[in-house]
Design a binder for this molecule. Structure first.
Ligand SMILES: [Zn+2]
Length: 61
């Protein structure tokens, strides 16, 4: 599995942005920040928010 180049590529280039977890205030905050950055054309910040949302830990996961 460690040498599966297809999986690595998918992790590097996600097909769709991560969705905020319902009920999580931090995810909601990041989702709003991502929307603001998107409207401002700040793709770097959008990418940052995507990473933070996808990595945000939640109980039960
Ligand atoms: Zn969250």
């Amino acid at each position: 599995m460690l040498r599966d180049e297809t999986s690595t590529l998918r992790l590097t280039l996600p097909a769709a942005p991560p969705l905020p977890v319902p009920g999580c205030g931090e995810c909601a905050r990041l989702d709003r920040a991502r929307a603001v950055a998107g409207r401002a054309g700040d793709r770097s910040r959008v990418s940052d928010c995507n990473v933070l949302i996808s990595l945000h830990p939640h109980a039960g996961q």
